[in-house]
Design a protein around this ligand. Structure first.
Ligand code: SAH
Length: 471
Protein backbone atom coordinates (compact mmCIF):
# COMPACT_ATOMS: atom_id res chain seq x y z
CA UNK A 1 0.00 0.00 0.00
CA UNK A 2 1.82 3.07 -1.26
CA UNK A 3 -0.98 5.46 -0.36
CA UNK A 4 -2.62 5.29 3.02
CA UNK A 5 -6.31 6.24 2.94
CA UNK A 6 -7.45 8.75 5.57
CA UNK A 7 -10.43 11.07 5.94
CA UNK A 8 -9.15 14.59 6.44
CA UNK A 9 -11.09 17.13 8.52
CA UNK A 10 -11.29 20.13 6.19
CA UNK A 11 -13.91 22.33 7.82
CA UNK A 12 -12.52 25.84 8.13
CA UNK A 13 -9.14 24.85 6.70
CA UNK A 14 -7.50 26.57 3.78
CA UNK A 15 -7.30 24.69 0.47
CA UNK A 16 -5.65 26.36 -2.51
CA UNK A 17 -6.11 25.38 -6.14
CA UNK A 18 -4.03 26.75 -8.97
CA UNK A 19 -5.78 26.64 -12.36
CA UNK A 20 -9.00 27.76 -14.03
CA UNK A 21 -9.77 25.23 -16.81
CA UNK A 22 -11.38 21.77 -17.06
CA UNK A 23 -9.00 20.05 -14.60
CA UNK A 24 -9.67 22.79 -12.05
CA UNK A 25 -13.43 22.53 -12.54
CA UNK A 26 -13.44 18.75 -11.99
CA UNK A 27 -11.50 19.07 -8.74
CA UNK A 28 -13.54 22.03 -7.53
CA UNK A 29 -16.81 20.13 -7.94
CA UNK A 30 -15.47 17.63 -5.39
CA UNK A 31 -13.89 20.20 -3.11
CA UNK A 32 -17.07 22.27 -2.97
CA UNK A 33 -18.72 19.35 -1.16
CA UNK A 34 -16.36 19.91 1.77
CA UNK A 35 -16.40 22.70 4.31
CA UNK A 36 -12.91 23.92 3.43
CA UNK A 37 -12.11 27.59 2.77
CA UNK A 38 -11.29 27.40 -0.94
CA UNK A 39 -8.99 29.75 -2.80
CA UNK A 40 -8.61 29.51 -6.57
CA UNK A 41 -5.72 31.24 -8.27
CA UNK A 42 -6.04 31.60 -12.05
CA UNK A 43 -5.26 34.41 -14.50
CA UNK A 44 -8.15 33.48 -16.78
CA UNK A 45 -10.75 31.43 -14.86
CA UNK A 46 -13.73 29.63 -16.35
CA UNK A 47 -17.00 31.61 -15.97
CA UNK A 48 -18.33 28.87 -13.68
CA UNK A 49 -15.51 29.60 -11.23
CA UNK A 50 -16.36 33.30 -11.33
CA UNK A 51 -19.95 32.39 -10.56
CA UNK A 52 -18.92 30.29 -7.56
CA UNK A 53 -16.79 33.18 -6.37
CA UNK A 54 -19.74 35.57 -6.74
CA UNK A 55 -21.89 33.18 -4.70
CA UNK A 56 -19.25 33.32 -1.99
CA UNK A 57 -18.45 29.63 -2.27
CA UNK A 58 -14.75 30.25 -2.93
CA UNK A 59 -12.26 33.09 -3.08
CA UNK A 60 -10.90 33.87 -6.55
CA UNK A 61 -7.53 35.52 -7.21
CA UNK A 62 -7.18 36.39 -10.88
CA UNK A 63 -3.48 36.17 -11.58
CA UNK A 64 -0.71 33.59 -11.87
CA UNK A 65 0.36 31.59 -8.81
CA UNK A 66 3.14 33.21 -6.78
CA UNK A 67 5.40 32.27 -3.87
CA UNK A 68 3.49 32.47 -0.60
CA UNK A 69 0.10 31.63 -2.14
CA UNK A 70 0.00 28.25 -0.41
CA UNK A 71 1.03 29.50 3.05
CA UNK A 72 -1.08 27.88 5.78
CA UNK A 73 -2.87 25.71 3.20
CA UNK A 74 -3.79 22.19 4.28
CA UNK A 75 -3.85 21.05 0.67
CA UNK A 76 -2.69 22.46 -2.62
CA UNK A 77 -3.90 21.37 -6.06
CA UNK A 78 -1.91 22.06 -9.24
CA UNK A 79 -4.65 21.92 -11.88
CA UNK A 80 -3.57 24.07 -14.80
CA UNK A 81 -3.96 21.55 -17.66
CA UNK A 82 -0.29 22.32 -18.33
CA UNK A 83 2.51 20.05 -17.05
CA UNK A 84 5.20 22.73 -16.93
CA UNK A 85 2.97 25.21 -15.11
CA UNK A 86 1.79 22.50 -12.70
CA UNK A 87 5.42 21.61 -11.91
CA UNK A 88 6.26 25.27 -11.29
CA UNK A 89 3.32 25.96 -8.94
CA UNK A 90 3.76 22.62 -7.15
CA UNK A 91 7.35 23.56 -6.33
CA UNK A 92 6.21 26.95 -5.00
CA UNK A 93 3.50 25.36 -2.86
CA UNK A 94 5.90 22.81 -1.39
CA UNK A 95 8.19 25.64 -0.39
CA UNK A 96 5.19 27.12 1.45
CA UNK A 97 4.86 23.82 3.32
CA UNK A 98 1.67 22.57 1.64
CA UNK A 99 0.79 18.99 0.79
CA UNK A 100 0.53 18.90 -2.99
CA UNK A 101 -1.58 17.12 -5.57
CA UNK A 102 -0.69 17.46 -9.25
CA UNK A 103 -3.63 16.52 -11.45
CA UNK A 104 -2.85 13.44 -13.59
CA UNK A 105 0.67 13.19 -12.18
CA UNK A 106 0.94 10.38 -9.70
CA UNK A 107 4.69 10.66 -9.15
CA UNK A 108 4.57 14.41 -8.67
CA UNK A 109 1.81 14.20 -6.04
CA UNK A 110 2.06 13.92 -2.27
CA UNK A 111 -1.49 12.59 -2.18
CA UNK A 112 -4.07 11.43 -4.67
CA UNK A 113 -7.81 11.96 -4.78
CA UNK A 114 -9.72 8.68 -4.76
CA UNK A 115 -12.88 7.87 -6.67
CA UNK A 116 -15.67 8.69 -4.25
CA UNK A 117 -19.09 7.25 -3.56
CA UNK A 118 -20.91 10.02 -1.76
CA UNK A 119 -23.73 9.05 0.56
CA UNK A 120 -22.91 11.80 3.01
CA UNK A 121 -22.24 11.21 5.88
CA UNK A 122 -21.20 7.82 4.49
CA UNK A 123 -18.28 8.19 2.10
CA UNK A 124 -16.50 5.39 0.28
CA UNK A 125 -13.10 6.17 -1.18
CA UNK A 126 -11.66 3.90 -3.88
CA UNK A 127 -8.02 4.02 -4.85
CA UNK A 128 -5.97 1.89 -7.22
CA UNK A 129 -2.67 3.75 -6.70
CA UNK A 130 -3.16 5.10 -10.19
CA UNK A 131 -2.91 1.62 -11.68
CA UNK A 132 -6.42 1.27 -13.06
CA UNK A 133 -8.71 4.30 -13.04
CA UNK A 134 -11.16 2.28 -15.17
CA UNK A 135 -11.37 -0.33 -12.46
CA UNK A 136 -11.92 2.35 -9.80
CA UNK A 137 -14.80 3.75 -11.83
CA UNK A 138 -16.32 0.29 -12.29
CA UNK A 139 -16.14 -0.35 -8.54
CA UNK A 140 -17.64 3.07 -7.89
CA UNK A 141 -20.57 2.31 -10.20
CA UNK A 142 -21.06 -1.05 -8.56
CA UNK A 143 -21.06 0.46 -5.07
CA UNK A 144 -23.37 3.26 -6.10
CA UNK A 145 -25.90 0.70 -7.18
CA UNK A 146 -25.47 -1.26 -4.01
CA UNK A 147 -25.60 1.68 -1.61
CA UNK A 148 -28.98 3.29 -2.16
CA UNK A 149 -29.09 7.09 -1.96
CA UNK A 150 -31.35 6.63 1.08
CA UNK A 151 -28.27 5.52 3.01
CA UNK A 152 -27.25 9.17 3.42
CA UNK A 153 -30.44 10.31 5.17
CA UNK A 154 -30.55 7.04 7.13
CA UNK A 155 -27.06 7.63 8.48
CA UNK A 156 -27.80 11.26 9.30
CA UNK A 157 -30.99 10.41 11.18
CA UNK A 158 -29.28 7.44 12.82
CA UNK A 159 -26.45 9.64 14.03
CA UNK A 160 -28.89 11.94 15.79
CA UNK A 161 -30.44 8.90 17.48
CA UNK A 162 -27.20 7.45 18.82
CA UNK A 163 -27.71 8.74 22.33
CA UNK A 164 -31.19 7.20 22.56
CA UNK A 165 -29.80 3.86 21.41
CA UNK A 166 -27.45 3.89 24.38
CA UNK A 167 -30.41 2.58 26.38
CA UNK A 168 -29.36 -0.78 24.92
CA UNK A 169 -26.28 -2.38 26.45
CA UNK A 170 -23.07 -1.83 24.52
CA UNK A 171 -21.88 -4.53 22.11
CA UNK A 172 -24.07 -7.08 20.46
CA UNK A 173 -27.44 -5.69 21.56
CA UNK A 174 -26.64 -2.28 20.15
CA UNK A 175 -25.07 -3.69 17.00
CA UNK A 176 -28.16 -5.79 16.31
CA UNK A 177 -30.34 -2.74 16.69
CA UNK A 178 -28.31 -0.73 14.19
CA UNK A 179 -27.94 -3.64 11.79
CA UNK A 180 -31.71 -4.05 11.63
CA UNK A 181 -32.15 -0.29 11.19
CA UNK A 182 -29.79 -0.04 8.22
CA UNK A 183 -30.62 -3.37 6.59
CA UNK A 184 -34.39 -3.49 6.79
CA UNK A 185 -36.37 -1.22 9.12
CA UNK A 186 -34.81 2.09 7.97
CA UNK A 187 -35.03 1.60 4.19
CA UNK A 188 -38.56 0.22 4.53
CA UNK A 189 -39.73 3.20 6.56
CA UNK A 190 -38.07 5.64 4.18
CA UNK A 191 -39.79 4.05 1.20
CA UNK A 192 -43.14 4.21 2.95
CA UNK A 193 -43.06 7.68 4.47
CA UNK A 194 -39.76 9.49 3.99
CA UNK A 195 -37.59 10.92 6.74
CA UNK A 196 -40.42 11.46 9.23
CA UNK A 197 -41.28 7.78 9.03
CA UNK A 198 -37.64 6.86 9.58
CA UNK A 199 -37.57 8.85 12.82
CA UNK A 200 -40.75 7.16 14.04
CA UNK A 201 -39.39 3.74 13.13
CA UNK A 202 -36.31 4.29 15.24
CA UNK A 203 -38.52 4.75 18.31
CA UNK A 204 -40.55 1.61 17.59
CA UNK A 205 -37.47 -0.40 16.75
CA UNK A 206 -35.72 0.64 19.95
CA UNK A 207 -38.79 -0.19 22.05
CA UNK A 208 -38.91 -3.62 20.40
CA UNK A 209 -35.24 -4.31 21.05
CA UNK A 210 -35.47 -3.16 24.66
CA UNK A 211 -38.45 -5.42 25.21
CA UNK A 212 -36.78 -8.39 23.52
CA UNK A 213 -33.91 -7.98 25.94
CA UNK A 214 -36.25 -8.18 28.86
CA UNK A 215 -37.54 -11.57 27.64
CA UNK A 216 -35.70 -14.47 29.23
CA UNK A 217 -33.19 -16.42 27.18
CA UNK A 218 -34.21 -19.70 25.66
CA UNK A 219 -32.53 -22.64 23.96
CA UNK A 220 -34.28 -24.42 21.10
CA UNK A 221 -32.72 -27.75 20.16
CA UNK A 222 -33.55 -27.79 16.49
CA UNK A 223 -33.28 -30.63 13.98
CA UNK A 224 -31.67 -29.40 10.75
CA UNK A 225 -32.58 -32.57 8.86
CA UNK A 226 -30.20 -34.57 6.69
CA UNK A 227 -28.99 -31.67 4.52
CA UNK A 228 -31.63 -30.66 1.97
CA UNK A 229 -32.99 -27.27 3.19
CA UNK A 230 -36.43 -28.26 1.88
CA UNK A 231 -36.47 -30.98 4.49
CA UNK A 232 -36.43 -28.46 7.34
CA UNK A 233 -39.65 -28.20 9.30
CA UNK A 234 -41.58 -24.93 9.35
CA UNK A 235 -40.82 -24.72 13.06
CA UNK A 236 -37.12 -25.02 12.38
CA UNK A 237 -37.39 -22.19 9.84
CA UNK A 238 -39.19 -20.01 12.36
CA UNK A 239 -36.65 -20.74 15.06
CA UNK A 240 -33.82 -19.80 12.67
CA UNK A 241 -35.66 -16.62 11.75
CA UNK A 242 -35.85 -15.54 15.37
CA UNK A 243 -32.42 -16.68 16.52
CA UNK A 244 -29.94 -14.34 18.19
CA UNK A 245 -27.35 -17.08 18.29
CA UNK A 246 -27.02 -20.27 16.24
CA UNK A 247 -24.69 -22.97 17.55
CA UNK A 248 -24.24 -25.58 14.85
CA UNK A 249 -22.53 -28.86 14.08
CA UNK A 250 -20.22 -29.94 11.30
CA UNK A 251 -22.94 -31.82 9.44
CA UNK A 252 -25.29 -28.86 9.08
CA UNK A 253 -25.08 -27.73 5.45
CA UNK A 254 -24.23 -24.14 4.40
CA UNK A 255 -27.57 -23.84 2.56
CA UNK A 256 -29.35 -24.30 5.87
CA UNK A 257 -27.09 -21.87 7.73
CA UNK A 258 -28.00 -19.29 5.06
CA UNK A 259 -31.54 -19.33 6.40
CA UNK A 260 -30.59 -18.02 9.85
CA UNK A 261 -31.50 -14.44 10.72
CA UNK A 262 -28.90 -12.20 9.17
CA UNK A 263 -27.95 -10.57 12.44
CA UNK A 264 -27.57 -13.88 14.29
CA UNK A 265 -24.22 -14.78 15.80
CA UNK A 266 -23.16 -18.02 14.10
CA UNK A 267 -20.99 -20.33 16.18
CA UNK A 268 -19.44 -23.39 14.59
CA UNK A 269 -18.78 -26.07 17.18
CA UNK A 270 -18.06 -28.63 14.51
CA UNK A 271 -14.97 -27.33 12.78
CA UNK A 272 -12.29 -29.89 12.17
CA UNK A 273 -9.51 -29.42 14.68
CA UNK A 274 -11.37 -27.11 17.00
CA UNK A 275 -15.02 -27.96 16.65
CA UNK A 276 -15.04 -31.65 15.88
CA UNK A 277 -13.26 -31.96 19.14
CA UNK A 278 -15.03 -29.09 20.89
CA UNK A 279 -15.48 -30.77 24.26
CA UNK A 280 -19.12 -31.26 25.15
CA UNK A 281 -18.62 -29.30 28.36
CA UNK A 282 -17.54 -26.29 26.31
CA UNK A 283 -20.62 -26.48 24.10
CA UNK A 284 -22.83 -26.76 27.18
CA UNK A 285 -21.15 -23.72 28.73
CA UNK A 286 -21.49 -21.76 25.50
CA UNK A 287 -25.24 -22.27 25.05
CA UNK A 288 -25.87 -21.60 28.74
CA UNK A 289 -23.80 -18.42 28.57
CA UNK A 290 -25.66 -17.01 25.56
CA UNK A 291 -29.12 -17.94 26.88
CA UNK A 292 -28.29 -16.49 30.30
CA UNK A 293 -27.60 -13.18 28.57
CA UNK A 294 -31.19 -13.21 27.35
CA UNK A 295 -30.52 -14.51 23.85
CA UNK A 296 -32.73 -16.78 21.78
CA UNK A 297 -30.32 -19.62 21.13
CA UNK A 298 -30.83 -22.19 18.40
CA UNK A 299 -28.78 -25.29 18.98
CA UNK A 300 -28.86 -26.68 15.47
CA UNK A 301 -28.14 -30.38 15.10
CA UNK A 302 -28.11 -32.42 11.93
CA UNK A 303 -31.02 -34.78 11.38
CA UNK A 304 -33.14 -35.11 14.48
CA UNK A 305 -31.69 -33.70 17.69
CA UNK A 306 -32.90 -36.69 19.67
CA UNK A 307 -30.86 -39.18 17.64
CA UNK A 308 -27.18 -39.49 18.54
CA UNK A 309 -26.96 -35.80 19.30
CA UNK A 310 -25.89 -35.76 22.97
CA UNK A 311 -29.09 -33.87 23.55
CA UNK A 312 -29.60 -34.96 27.14
CA UNK A 313 -26.30 -33.55 28.33
CA UNK A 314 -27.14 -30.18 26.83
CA UNK A 315 -30.68 -30.16 28.23
CA UNK A 316 -29.32 -30.99 31.68
CA UNK A 317 -26.86 -28.09 31.49
CA UNK A 318 -29.57 -25.67 30.40
CA UNK A 319 -31.97 -26.91 33.10
CA UNK A 320 -29.29 -26.66 35.78
CA UNK A 321 -28.83 -23.01 34.83
CA UNK A 322 -32.55 -22.46 35.33
CA UNK A 323 -33.13 -21.60 31.66
CA UNK A 324 -35.98 -22.55 29.34
CA UNK A 325 -35.64 -24.95 26.41
CA UNK A 326 -37.64 -26.78 23.77
CA UNK A 327 -37.05 -29.41 21.10
CA UNK A 328 -37.90 -29.00 17.42
CA UNK A 329 -37.71 -32.47 15.87
CA UNK A 330 -36.14 -33.03 12.48
CA UNK A 331 -35.83 -35.68 9.80
CA UNK A 332 -33.24 -38.17 10.85
CA UNK A 333 -30.62 -39.62 8.49
CA UNK A 334 -32.33 -43.03 8.62
CA UNK A 335 -35.56 -41.61 7.20
CA UNK A 336 -33.72 -39.78 4.43
CA UNK A 337 -31.64 -42.87 3.64
CA UNK A 338 -34.54 -45.29 3.26
CA UNK A 339 -36.34 -42.65 1.19
CA UNK A 340 -33.28 -42.55 -1.08
CA UNK A 341 -33.57 -46.27 -1.78
CA UNK A 342 -37.36 -46.37 -1.92
CA UNK A 343 -37.76 -48.61 1.09
CA UNK A 344 -39.62 -48.68 4.38
CA UNK A 345 -38.00 -48.91 7.76
CA UNK A 346 -40.71 -51.37 8.82
CA UNK A 347 -42.69 -53.72 6.65
CA UNK A 348 -45.60 -55.97 7.46
CA UNK A 349 -44.47 -59.56 7.48
CA UNK A 350 -40.79 -58.66 7.37
CA UNK A 351 -39.92 -56.59 10.41
CA UNK A 352 -42.15 -55.15 13.10
CA UNK A 353 -39.28 -53.33 14.73
CA UNK A 354 -36.26 -51.43 13.58
CA UNK A 355 -33.11 -50.74 15.48
CA UNK A 356 -31.26 -47.49 15.48
CA UNK A 357 -27.65 -48.21 16.27
CA UNK A 358 -24.38 -46.39 16.50
CA UNK A 359 -21.25 -47.95 15.10
CA UNK A 360 -19.21 -45.95 17.53
CA UNK A 361 -19.60 -44.95 21.12
CA UNK A 362 -17.38 -43.21 23.66
CA UNK A 363 -15.37 -46.40 24.15
CA UNK A 364 -14.79 -47.19 20.46
CA UNK A 365 -16.75 -49.66 18.34
CA UNK A 366 -20.14 -50.07 19.98
CA UNK A 367 -21.38 -53.42 21.24
CA UNK A 368 -24.90 -54.58 20.51
CA UNK A 369 -27.15 -57.63 20.73
CA UNK A 370 -25.50 -59.26 17.71
CA UNK A 371 -27.42 -62.52 18.03
CA UNK A 372 -30.73 -60.65 17.74
CA UNK A 373 -29.46 -58.53 14.87
CA UNK A 374 -28.26 -61.63 13.00
CA UNK A 375 -31.79 -63.04 12.71
CA UNK A 376 -33.39 -63.03 9.25
CA UNK A 377 -35.65 -60.06 8.46
CA UNK A 378 -33.95 -57.74 11.00
CA UNK A 379 -33.57 -54.14 9.91
CA UNK A 380 -31.10 -51.73 11.51
CA UNK A 381 -30.09 -48.19 10.70
CA UNK A 382 -26.47 -47.88 11.72
CA UNK A 383 -25.22 -44.33 12.33
CA UNK A 384 -21.50 -43.60 12.36
CA UNK A 385 -21.02 -47.07 10.94
CA UNK A 386 -18.49 -46.45 8.18
CA UNK A 387 -15.34 -47.11 10.12
CA UNK A 388 -17.01 -49.81 12.21
CA UNK A 389 -18.25 -51.68 9.12
CA UNK A 390 -15.68 -54.47 9.27
CA UNK A 391 -16.26 -54.96 12.98
CA UNK A 392 -20.05 -55.08 12.56
CA UNK A 393 -19.72 -57.47 9.64
CA UNK A 394 -17.47 -59.80 11.67
CA UNK A 395 -19.76 -59.78 14.72
CA UNK A 396 -22.90 -60.54 12.70
CA UNK A 397 -21.29 -63.37 10.72
CA UNK A 398 -19.94 -64.83 13.94
CA UNK A 399 -23.48 -64.87 15.32
CA UNK A 400 -24.76 -66.77 12.28
CA UNK A 401 -26.14 -64.00 10.08
CA UNK A 402 -26.82 -64.99 6.47
CA UNK A 403 -23.85 -63.77 4.38
CA UNK A 404 -26.38 -62.79 1.65
CA UNK A 405 -28.25 -60.40 3.99
CA UNK A 406 -28.68 -57.18 1.99
CA UNK A 407 -26.82 -54.14 3.25
CA UNK A 408 -27.12 -50.67 1.72
CA UNK A 409 -24.92 -47.73 2.55
CA UNK A 410 -26.31 -44.26 1.76
CA UNK A 411 -23.84 -41.40 1.69
CA UNK A 412 -24.96 -37.72 1.83
CA UNK A 413 -28.62 -38.70 1.97
CA UNK A 414 -30.91 -35.97 0.60
CA UNK A 415 -27.99 -33.89 -0.68
CA UNK A 416 -27.12 -33.26 -4.31
CA UNK A 417 -24.09 -35.55 -3.97
CA UNK A 418 -26.06 -38.47 -2.55
CA UNK A 419 -24.63 -41.91 -3.38
CA UNK A 420 -25.64 -45.43 -2.49
CA UNK A 421 -23.80 -48.69 -2.26
CA UNK A 422 -25.92 -51.85 -2.44
CA UNK A 423 -24.12 -54.96 -1.28
CA UNK A 424 -24.45 -57.97 1.01
CA UNK A 425 -23.18 -58.61 4.50
CA UNK A 426 -20.35 -60.84 3.31
CA UNK A 427 -19.16 -58.19 0.87
CA UNK A 428 -19.79 -55.09 2.96
CA UNK A 429 -16.05 -54.84 3.29
CA UNK A 430 -14.20 -54.51 0.96
CA UNK A 431 -17.06 -52.92 -1.09
CA UNK A 432 -17.43 -50.00 1.30
CA UNK A 433 -13.70 -49.34 1.35
CA UNK A 434 -13.64 -49.45 -2.46
CA UNK A 435 -16.53 -46.99 -2.70
CA UNK A 436 -14.38 -44.38 -0.93
CA UNK A 437 -17.30 -42.58 0.72
CA UNK A 438 -16.04 -39.53 2.59
CA UNK A 439 -19.35 -37.82 3.46
CA UNK A 440 -21.69 -38.82 6.28
CA UNK A 441 -23.07 -42.27 5.57
CA UNK A 442 -25.72 -44.50 7.02
CA UNK A 443 -25.51 -48.29 6.93
CA UNK A 444 -28.87 -49.97 6.42
CA UNK A 445 -28.72 -53.59 7.51
CA UNK A 446 -31.36 -55.87 6.01
CA UNK A 447 -32.46 -53.49 3.25
CA UNK A 448 -31.68 -53.41 -0.48
CA UNK A 449 -32.75 -50.56 -2.76
CA UNK A 450 -36.10 -51.10 -4.41
CA UNK A 451 -35.43 -52.14 -7.99
CA UNK A 452 -36.00 -49.43 -10.62
CA UNK A 453 -35.59 -45.71 -10.83
CA UNK A 454 -35.91 -43.65 -7.66
CA UNK A 455 -35.87 -39.87 -7.48
CA UNK A 456 -34.11 -38.24 -4.57
CA UNK A 457 -35.41 -35.14 -2.80
CA UNK A 458 -33.88 -32.94 -5.52
CA UNK A 459 -35.73 -34.94 -8.16
CA UNK A 460 -32.54 -36.51 -9.51
CA UNK A 461 -33.26 -40.03 -10.69
CA UNK A 462 -31.01 -42.89 -9.62
CA UNK A 463 -31.20 -46.29 -11.24
CA UNK A 464 -31.08 -49.19 -8.81
CA UNK A 465 -30.43 -52.51 -10.53
CA UNK A 466 -31.73 -55.61 -8.81
CA UNK A 467 -29.36 -56.52 -6.01
CA UNK A 468 -28.35 -59.81 -7.60
CA UNK A 469 -27.20 -57.94 -10.72
CA UNK A 470 -25.23 -55.52 -8.60
CA UNK A 471 -23.22 -58.31 -7.04
N1 SAH B 1 -28.86 -36.46 14.70
C1 SAH B 1 -28.42 -36.99 13.44
C2 SAH B 1 -27.33 -38.02 13.60
C3 SAH B 1 -26.05 -37.46 14.11
S1 SAH B 1 -24.80 -38.66 14.23
C4 SAH B 1 -29.61 -37.57 12.69
O1 SAH B 1 -30.69 -37.67 13.27
O2 SAH B 1 -29.47 -37.90 11.52
C5 SAH B 1 -23.95 -38.46 12.72
C6 SAH B 1 -24.20 -39.61 11.79
O3 SAH B 1 -25.45 -39.44 11.17
C7 SAH B 1 -23.23 -39.72 10.65
O4 SAH B 1 -22.04 -40.37 11.04
C8 SAH B 1 -24.02 -40.52 9.65
O5 SAH B 1 -23.99 -41.88 9.98
C9 SAH B 1 -25.41 -40.02 9.89
N2 SAH B 1 -25.81 -38.96 8.93
C10 SAH B 1 -26.06 -37.67 9.18
N3 SAH B 1 -26.44 -37.02 8.06
C11 SAH B 1 -26.43 -37.93 7.08
C12 SAH B 1 -26.72 -37.89 5.68
N4 SAH B 1 -27.10 -36.75 5.09
N5 SAH B 1 -26.60 -39.03 4.97
C13 SAH B 1 -26.22 -40.17 5.55
N6 SAH B 1 -25.94 -40.27 6.86
C14 SAH B 1 -26.03 -39.16 7.61
Amino acid sequence: MKHFPIFLALDGRRVVLSGGGPAALAKLRLLLKTEARLTVIAPDPDPQIREWAAEGRLRLVERGTEPGDALCAALFYAANDDDAEDARVAALARRDGATVNMVDNLDGSDFITPAIVDRDPVTVAIGTEGAAPVLARAIKRDLEERLPPVLGPLARIGKAFRQMAEALPMGRARRDFWAEYYATAGPRAHAAGGEAAVRATLDTLLAGHLQARAAPGHVAFVGAGPGDPDLLTMKARKALDAADVVVFDRLVTPQILELARREAEMIDVGKEGFGRHTPQAKINALIVDRAARGHQVVRLKSGDPTVFGRLDEEIEAVTAAGLGWSIVPGITAASASVAAIGQSLTRRGRNGSVRILTGHDMKGFADHDWAALARPGEVAAIYMGKRAARYIQGRLMMHGADPMTPVTVVENASRPDERTLATTLSRLEPSLGDAGFDGPALVLLGLAPRTGVIRNSYGTPTEHPALQEAL
